[in-house]
Design a binder for this molecule. Structure first.
Ligand code: NAD
Length: 321
């Protein structure tokens, strides 16, 4: 069995690797060649933690496994990030455990790859201004992956806690893009692509603030009750997702569906666009919205890259169970 550390994952899985792995697995899901198993997520009654499993099987990529972990809100004082996760990979022919892969960096990498894939396939080609709503741990990863998809000239950003914005500004400046903190109305008026990556439980962006032609990647809502945008925005947009079942139950679409503003059939798996079965954006004025809920197969796809590359480069430890 291979053991791949956080440090090695950072070294061997770059943004392009994560993008390719996530794009491939989304397409495999849409073809029915890869499936996620039901998610388990429970409050454990200790340390205010939420703990669970995300698992699946990608027949096309021959990747079987489980990501185990969750959210420990008091980790900050212990020098640890609040989200903690570990991926186990298994041989699909025998069930033997083949790799134990650290999952914290990979979670951020695969989540950033997911919105980047949506921008690559759905945003207008002439998009120039990137809008960021959210400035927490994930936001920098999101920004770095997004700017590789279009010729962005500027970043505008808003965050619920404005004191967190300078960290995101430093990322934009490191990339060489001007950065401006703006109010939410201006974010909507200026941005051609908007990424929302917050832990909000109520709409942060209203339908009327969003201009025609915008692409939104709504990445923060991954639990029942969370919400980042006005449900009317989903009714006005062409809605895409990683997995429809999650989108309408724990993703951003849960609210628009519950309010009767859209139906399940209006939500398209992005894999269908990647596979060429759905045209994606069909006009420059269309608002497209990607509801990125986060599926286990994304974790397994990037963990498989980490295990393969770590082994190839002699950077994996080995152990016998
Ligand atoms: P974080 O704790 O580092 O940052 C939280 C962000 O949410 C900050 O920008 C903060 O200012 C903002 N926020 C906090 N309370 C808010 C409120 N009441 N209203 C509006 N904004 C508020 O978290 P993170 O690791 O950056 O993750 C951000 C979100 O993305 C979380 O909700 C997390 O669960 C989600 N997430 C989704 C996926 C996915 O695959 N879709 C993957 C990882 C994380």
């Amino acid at each position: 069995m291979l053991i791949v550390s956080e440090e090695t994952c950072r070294e061997v899985v770059g943004r392009a690797d994560a993008f390719a792995a996530v794009e491939q697995v989304f397409a495999a899901m849409a073809r029915g060649d890869a499936y996620n198993f039901p998610v388990v997520r429970e409050a454990i009654g200790w340390a205010d933690a939420l703990y669970g499993f995300k698992s699946g099987f990608d027949k096309a990529g021959q990747t079987l496994g489980v990501k185990s972990g969750g959210y420990w809100p008091h980790n900050g004082g212990k020098g640890l990030t609040n989200h903690q996760s570990t991926v186990f990979l298994f041989d699909p022919d025998t069930g033997r455990c083949t790799a134990l892969v650290a999952g914290n960096y990979l979670t951020a990498a695969r989540t950033a790859a997911s919105s980047a894939v949506s921008i690559a396939h759905l945003a207008r080609k002439d998009a120039k201004v990137l809008g960021m709503l959210g400035a927490g741990h994930q936001a920098g990863f999101q920004l770095r992956a997004a700017v590789e998809q279009r010729d962005f000239e500027k970043v505008v950003a808003w965050n619920y806690h404005p004191e967190m914005l300078p960290t995101l500004q430093a990322v934009a400046e490191e990339i060489g893009l001007p950065f401006e903190a703006v109010d939410r109305e201006r974010l909507g008026a200026e941005a051609d692509v908007i990424i929302t990556i917050s832990s909000a439980f109520e709409p942060q962006l209203m339908r009327d603030w969003i201009k025609p032609g915008t692409h939104l990647a709504c990445m923060g809502t991954d639990t029942k009750g969370k919400q980042e945008v006005d449900p009317a925005l989903l009714a006005a947009a062409s809605v895409f997702t990683d997995e429809v079942a999650q989108s309408i139950s724990i993703g951003e679409a849960q609210h628009a569906v519950a309010a009767g503003l859209i139906e399940e059939a209006a939500v398209t798996p992005i894999g269908a666009v990647i596979a060429g079965e759905h045209p994606g954006r069909t006009s420059d004025d269309e608002i497209t919205l990607f509801d990125g809920t986060g599926v286990g197969l994304q974790d397994l796809a990037v963990a498989a890259v980490a295990a393969r590359e770590a082994e190839r480069l002699g950077k994996a430890q080995t152990a016998t169970l």
